[in-house]
Ligand binder design. Structure first.
Ligand SMILES: [Zn+2]
Length: 78
């Protein structure tokens, strides 16, 4: 029975790279977070990049920069 390593699903869910981006990574060399009963080991993916929380204009729902200076307007003009 072979041991299978995979990135922890919750990490992929929040990863800005998406699961496709780390398909070729060597998960066997990453720290194991959790071992499941079917010999699957969930590892801490070294390629994980937390995606920036999506900020949007409350008026028109246009994408807004993550950082806004005090008093600075949004690109959409609101
Ligand atoms: Zn707006």
């Amino acid at each position: 029975m072979s041991v299978h390593h995979q990135p922890k699903g919750s990490m992929c869910m929040s990863c800005s790279n998406g699961s496709a981006a780390c398909g070729q990574r060597d998960f066997g060399s990453m720290p194991v977070i959790q071992v499941y009963s079917d010999c699957v080991k969930a590892v801490k993916c070294s390629g994980h990049r937390a995606s920036a929380p999506a900020r949007r204009c409350i008026s028109c729902d246009a994408a807004a920069p993550a950082q806004l200076e005090e008093g600075q307007g949004l690109p959409c003009g609101h």
